[in-house]
Ligand binder design. Structure first.
Ligand SMILES: Cc1cc2nc3c(=O)[nH]c(=O)nc-3n(C[C@H](O)[C@H](O)[C@H](O)COP(=O)(O)OP(=O)(O)OC[C@H]3O[C@@H](n4cnc5c(N)ncnc54)[C@H](O)[C@@H]3O)c2cc1C
Length: 273
């Protein structure tokens, strides 16, 4: 059976189709799906495209931000209100990829991809999931990522999170061997409330330091109540490797990733990245 293409208007119709047929694949920006098609890994079933404009919307109301899962990295970069996310959006591929690559697709991208998902993890995003006809259910991003490989989330409608209170509360860096658009040796996102005096309830996340984006819980604990001075940064660096299981791939070995992570974490916290 050849591949079929089906186009639907509404998100709930798409969610219903995806729930009913495991051989249907959602086609979002298509940067990964179409590569699978072109390279012969995806040869039958149905590709499903959604035209609902709400799926691509970006809404900022007060401190709450909602990004439609179909919004692209280019759309994030075009939004002045989302300046704190520009480094994370710019980390995804080159301009042609960013014109197509979506927020939703990035949540499903395997390491060393998934740079934007690392930022969403540090921002404690809620992932709005449609598992069939009905209303979206809010799933905390950590729970969402843990269940991702089980195929529980058939359709992500949007992601929601709060805007960091102060400029500089949110930081992101990506380390790659090829500039400016190589794949991640690692990425780090940090939400550092109170960074100007004493940190409270930091959330720090890593990409490519495991099969999924992971929280750096040791670093978060080490930073609690500390100033971002030499002592605070040294404590964070000492805890940098707690709980990580870096991948070995064509970009870097797990050993190399472990060696360089504390150095880049220190630079990010010192605002020298
Ligand atoms: C040359 C190249 C360079 C790249 N560089 C980077 C990089 O530097 N950093 C990086 O993070 N990524 C990179 N990528 C990977 C990819 O482009 C991004 O991760 C992108 O965000 C994927 O989004 P997409 O919309 O294209 O996903 P698609 O290809 O459309 O979909 C990918 C998967 O996610 C599923 N999916 C997509 N959206 C949803 C949704 N809303 N709900 C449920 N399932 C969904 C699809 O069904 C499919 O299984 C690169 C890819 C290429 C080809």
């Amino acid at each position: 059976m050849p591949l079929a293409l089906r186009v639907v208007q509404s998100l709930s119709e798409a969610a219903g189709i995806l729930a009913a047929d495991s051989r249907t694949t959602l086609l979002s920006g298509g940067t990964l799906v179409m590569r699978d098609v072109n390279e012969g890994r995806l040869t039958d079933g149905t590709l499903l495209r959604v035209t609902d404009p709400a799926w691509r919307q970006i809404q900022v109301s007060g401190t709450r931000i909602e990004l439609g899962a179909g919004a692209t990295m280019a759309a994030i970069l075009a939004s002045r209100e989302l300046g704190f996310l520009h480094a994370a959006a710019r980390a995804v591929g080159g301009p042609a990829i960013r014109n197509m690559a979506t927020i939703g697709g990035n949540l499903f991208a395997a390491a060393p991809y998934g740079d934007f998902a690392v930022a969403l993890l540090a921002l404690d995003a809620q992932v709005m999931v449609l598992a069939g006809y009905g209303s979206p259910r809010a799933v905390p991003i950590e729970e969402f990522l843990a269940g991702r490989s089980r195929g529980e989330a058939r359709l992500v409608a949007s992601v929601q999170f709060n805007r960091p209170v102060a400029p500089g509360d949110f930081r992101f860096l990506k380390v790659s061997r090829v500039k400016p658009k190589g794949l991640s040796v690692l990425s780090i996102a940090a939400h550092l409330p109170g960074h100007a005096s004493r940190i409270g309830q930091a959330r720090v996340a890593y990409g490519a330091m495991g099969p999924l984006p992971v929280r750096a819980r040791g670093v978060e604990r080490a930073l609690e109540g500390k100033a971002l001075d030499a002592n605070g940064i040294a404590a964070a660096r000492a805890a940098a490797l707690e709980g990580v299981q870096p991948v070995t791939d064509a970009i870097a070995s797990d050993w190399y990733r472990r060696e360089v992570l504390p150095v880049h974490l220190g630079r990010l916290l010192a605002n020298q990245s």
